[in-house]
Structure formats: structure tokens, C-alpha cells
Design a protein. Structure first.
Length: 345
């Protein structure tokens, strides 16, 4: 299986760029538009195009897409918290979490929104030099900021509306413990017991979170590609998304966007020193520890998960992948050439 290696445009002269454009223009791209594509190839092609086009959306639209997704996922997490906080059976809690989580993805499917983890699927293509890293990082940054602030907006409004009130403050206690402390491994235990944290605790927790996040990145990227593989059938797309999201929810894998829900809860608990949790004393160091040993490793793990599954899917759809890379490279070079010629003028 041959792999494509494009040269850096910084090392190419204008004539070399023109020659490469001529070569790429001579390629037959019609297989990408065939009506008889198998489902898996159709999904790969349209996911590739969707994310490639998404890189060039204006910053405001990227940010707003992230903001909407953050709000939708907050609705799902709140429903999960309301439904499970008084249940002690772990298996039942996991099942409810998986099935309720489907709601946020269905809302995004019909009303719009974007997650950072979706763009991470495309990272492998960026390494192929078919687009500038600055466009990729801008899109990722804009969407992720929207994700974070969307969750923060929802959680803050609900917190101020006393939406987390319950008998003996059991709801907030369970959110803090299940969504927060339990997602920090042994560090969460130390924070709960107010005991010292060792370097070994930090390294072990970061490793565990990163590995879990890799699996999450793989599942989320598969969900995106799977929804596009249905060839526009909304019902089939919902079924595909539901199957994969249930696996994600039940598995409890680490997601660098969803995990901000508990992050914001802990930030608000730190600010609001009047809250008394049920049989637990809140540790004011929880929020920054959570960002350090959960959010950041989850972000790294999700990136590698997207890179891994993107690479595997690219190899599996090698013939179409080559054409997609060449087509994107052609557009990229045309924009570079146009920029150089306008500068010279």
C-alpha cells in the first residue's frame, strides 16, 4: 500500500507549485462522486469533506457550533445526574448514562453543533500537508472554547437557579464524587480524604486518563463517520450514533469536552463556600487538580484516539483516501499560488 508524501509548500518555488497543480488537475476524481459507493467508503469520504470544509468556516460560526454542542451535552449530563444520583446499583447507572447520552447527539444531528473531538479525526490528514496547521488549530481552538463556555453557561445558570438542590445536598455530592473525584483515580481518593498526593499518584492517574481518552477518541470519531455512512437516512444515522454513544456512556471513557461539566461544578463549588455536601467535605483544590490530571490528559488522549482511528480508516479506504488527499492538496496549492501571485503584484 503506497502512502502519499507531499512536500512542504515553504520549500516549493512558485513554478514547482504550478507544476504540482497541473499534475493534480490531471487526476480523475470521479470515483469520489460515484452513486454506488459502499456505506463505509461513503461515510469516510463525506466525513473527510465535512471536516475539511469546517476548517474554513469563520471563527464565529466555529465558536457558536461549539457553544451549542456544549449546551446540548449539558442537558444530557444534567438528565443523567437527576436520574441516577439516588441509585446505588452501578450497572443500572451505567445503562441509564449510556442511553440518556444519546439525546445530546440526536439534538446535535438535527439542530447543529460541533465538538473538538470531531476535528481530531482530521488531524492525520493535516500531517499529510494538505492544509495549514494554523487553520486546523484555529478551528480546534474556536470550537473547544465554545464547548467549554457552552457547558459553563448552562451549569452556571442552573446553579444560580438552584437546579442542583436536593435533600442533604445529595445531588451535588454525587456529581462531585461520581463525575469529579472518581474521574481522578487515586488523586480523587486523596482529595476526598484530604491526604497528601505523591508523584506516583499523578503519573498513574494521567496514564489511566490518557488511555481511557484514546478509546473515547476512537469511539467518537467512529460515531461521526458512521452517521455519514448512512447516505442521508436520518433514522439510520440516529441508530448508528445511538449504538456507538451507548458504548461510550456505559464505558465511562474520558472526553475532553463532556468532562468540563463536572469541572464547572467544582469551580462553582470553590467560589460558593456556603455549600455543604452530604458526608463529604469539599476540597477547594479539586477544580485545578481536575483540569491538570483529567482535562489535559483527556485532551491529549482524544487527539491520539482520533489520529489512530483516522489513520486506520484512511488505510482501509486507501483508494478513496488518496483521491481525497490529492483533491485537498490541489485546493491548498491553488490558494497558496493565488496568495503568492497577489503578493507579487
Amino acid at each position: 500500500m503506497k502512502t502519499i508524501k507531499f512536500k512542504s509548500t515553504k520549500k516549493l518555488t512558485t513554478k514547482e507549485i504550478q507544476a504540482e497543480i497541473t499534475e493534480l488537475e490531471s487526476i480523475d476524481y470521479s470515483p469520489l462522486y460515484s452513486k454506488d459507493l459502499p456505506y463505509h467508503s461513503f461515510g469516510y469520504i463525506h466525513t473527510f469533506r465535512l471536516l475539511a470544509d469546517g476548517l474554513h468556516l469563520n471563527i464565529l460560526k466555529q465558536f457558536m457550533g461549539g457553544l451549542l454542542a456544549g449546551i446540548w451535552i449539558s442537558f444530557a449530563y444534567t438528565a443523567i445526574a437527576y436520574s441516577t444520583y439516588a441509585i446505588d446499583n452501578v450497572s443500572v447507572v451505567k445503562l441509564l448514562t449510556g442511553f440518556i447520552f444519546i439525546g445530546s447527539m440526536v439534538i446535535i444531528l438535527f439542530l447543529g453543533g460541533g465538538f473538538l473531538t470531531a476535528y481530531l479525526w482530521f488531524s492525520r490528514a493535516i500531517f499529510k500537508r494538505i492544509e495549514k496547521w494554523e487553520f486546523f488549530l484555529k478551528a480546534c481552538g474556536s470550537v473547544y472554547l465554545g464547548n467549554i463556555l457552552g457547558i459553563g453557561l448552562f451549569v452556571t445558570i442552573l446553579y444560580l437557579a438552584n437546579g442542583y438542590d436536593s435533600t442533604n445536598n445529595l445531588l451535588l455530592t454525587k456529581i462531585y464524587q461520581n463525575f469529579g473525584l472518581n474521574k481522578m483515580g487515586s488523586i480523587g481518593v486523596h482529595l476526598k480524604n484530604h491526604t497528601s498526593i505523591s508523584v506516583n499518584d499523578i503519573l498513574k492517574t494521567i496514564g489511566t486518563i490518557t488511555a481511557s481518552a484514546i478509546l473515547c477518541g476512537i469511539l467518537i470519531c467512529v460515531a461521526i463517520q458512521g452517521s455519514k455512512a448512512t447516505k442521508g437516512d436520518a433514522v439510520a444515522a440516529m441508530i448508528m450514533i445511538s449504538c456507538i454513544v451507548v458504548f461510550f456512556g456505559i464505558g465511562g471513557y474520558q472526553h475532553c469536552v463532556a468532562n468540563w461539566y463536572s469541572g464547572w461544578i467544582m469551580i462553582l463549588l470553590t467560589i460558593d463556600s456556603n455549600q455543604e455536601l452530604f458526608q463529604i467535605t469539599f476540597n477547594n483544590n479539586s477544580s485545578w487538580w481536575y483540569i491538570l490530571v483529567n482535562i489535559i490528559p483527556a485532551l491529549i488522549g482524544n487527539f491520539f484516539g482520533g489520529l489512530i482511528i483516522g489513520t486506520i480508516m484512511g488505510w482501509f479506504n486507501n483508494d478513496y483516501d488518496r483521491l481525497l488527499l490529492q483533491s485537498s492538496r490541489l485546493k491548498f496549492l491553488q490558494s497558496i499560488l493565488k496568495s503568492r501571485l497577489s503578493t507579487n503584484d
